[in-house]
Design a protein around this ligand. Structure first.
Ligand code: TRH
Length: 393
């Protein structure tokens, strides 16, 4: 959709705290708001190098650039004043990142006031429903910020999902030749393509060596595809050499192959092409759900094991009644009671694969009923905008 003169403008502020998920989510949201809703989006991001890894079109040294119709601004030390006409109609701060004070001052001078949203992290915990869309008044300025939570129920903002995603996935998963073509780009042989394929994306503390040993000793041929830099030590030990893209080794039933880090759309194809996916953080976790394939989640670690609570809340919704999946997930995240091992856990999970695959399909249909996050966010922003337009300033 092309942006006309009267389209809404939106500024999305993203600080890369760690890894790829922060910019991964913001980039997905920015693109979708522009392409599907005609919003004029400016994405402010402080780390262009990380951005470049998931989107190679991004120039790492440009202060301002246009990528896929989105204006990308390098956010560094813009501490000066902003004019009210530089402020967007909708301003989003991602994960409570502090947007420049001068920008906030300019927001307070706008008539009507811009819509100000704090885009929060994803969790399956119940309290989210009570906090989604709650207002918070600025202590000094006449501005109100609203919290916007992604989530798994109709009382949350839902999950990011592009309009064409399901059709693209279905077409790809129904096309063996397209999948083989995609996988052979990474050097997979026809035997590896025909084997049980697993993608592996996790944090460094996952018990990867143990899982490799279980797969190696198993009876089923498994091809495990690991993006470069992931589980580097375990991969290096397995391939007995640098864990660089292209490295490959077979031991017992397991073939391990290191893939280059690919652009976001190809990462989706990888998830669609594999029989099982290990994902982590937030964005790959959501993409695995849209892939409609069995997956295990490695949750981003938090202080005082807060993440274990979040993991359990998700498993309660997703894996309820599928004990092997819940047990393996707890083991993978070191959240169990000391019980569980890859040697016992993987075969147990494998024997439940048909049930888990059914659940994956059911779940994605259930999630799709909550609408998509970008549309839900825009609907909410428009309602606040119309209220702000009525308020005397
Ligand atoms: O990279 P992550 O661990 O990111 C985050 C951040 O750590 C963040 O600070 C934290 O808040 C959040 O997790 C919970 O995992 P995530 O969220 O899955 O993001 C990975 C992104 O990288 C996602 O957009 C998919 C993309 N990606 C590619 O584009 N190509 C690849 O080859 C791979 C493996 C991933």
């Amino acid at each position: 959709m092309s942006v006309n003169q009267h389209s809404l403008s939106l500024a999305l502020f993203c600080k890369v705290v760690d890894n790829y998920g922060d910019i991964g989510i913001c980039w997905r949201l920015a693109r979708q708001l522009h392409h599907e809703h005609g919003v004029a989006v400016t994405l402010w991001v402080d780390d262009l190098r990380i951005f470049h890894r998931i989107c190679p079109e991004v120039a790492i040294d440009a202060d301002v650039q246009r990528v896929a119709g989105v204006t990308v601004r390098h956010w560094h030390d813009q501490e000066g004043a902003f004019a009210p006409d530089e402020v967007a109609d909708i301003v989003i701060e991602f994960f409570g990142c502090d947007i420049p004070p001068g920008y906030i001052e300019a927001m307070a001078q706008c008539e009507p006031r811009p819509v100000w949203l704090n885009f929060e992290g994803l969790t399956a915990e119940e309290w989210v429903e009570g906090c989604h869309t709650l207002p918070s008044m600025h202590p000094r300025l006449p501005l109100t910020k609203h919290f916007f939570f992604p989530g798994f129920t109709a009382k949350t903002g839902g999950l990011l999902r592009e309009a064409a995603l399901e059709a693209q996935r279905d077409a790809f998963q129904a096309d063996d030749a397209a999948q083989a073509d995609f996988l052979s780009r990474f050097g997979l042989t026809p035997e590896q393509i025909a084997s049980f394929k697993v993608s592996l994306f996790c944090y460094a503390h996952a018990p990867v060596e143990e899982l490799f040993a279980a797969w190696q000793q198993g009876t089923q041929a498994i091809t495990c595809l690991v993006p470069e830099g992931v589980a580097a030590q375990a991969v290096q030990d397995f391939v007995q050499g640098p864990a660089a893209a292209g490295a490959v080794a077979t031991r017992g039933a397991l073939t391990l192959r290191v893939l280059p880090f690919v652009a976001q759309p190809d990462y989706d194809r990888l998830l669609w092409a594999c029989d099982f996916n290990f994902v982590r953080g937030e964005d790959s976790f959501v993409r695995a759900q849209w892939a409609r394939r069995p997956f295990v989640w490695h949750i981003y670690p938090q202080d005082e094991n807060l993440h274990h609570k979040k993991l359990r809340a998700f498993l309660q919704r997703y894996a309820n009644g599928i004990d092997a999946l819940a047990a393996f997930s707890l083991f993978w995240n070191a959240a169990g009671d000391g019980a569980g091992s890859a040697r016992q856990g993987w075969p147990a999970l494998q024997s439940m694969l048909p049930t888990i695959a059914e659940r994956a399909k059911e779940w994605q249909a259930q999630m799709a009923e909550n609408g998509d996050l970008a549309s839900n966010l825009l609907r909410f922003a428009r309602s606040i905008r119309s209220e702000n337009g009525k308020k005397p300033v």
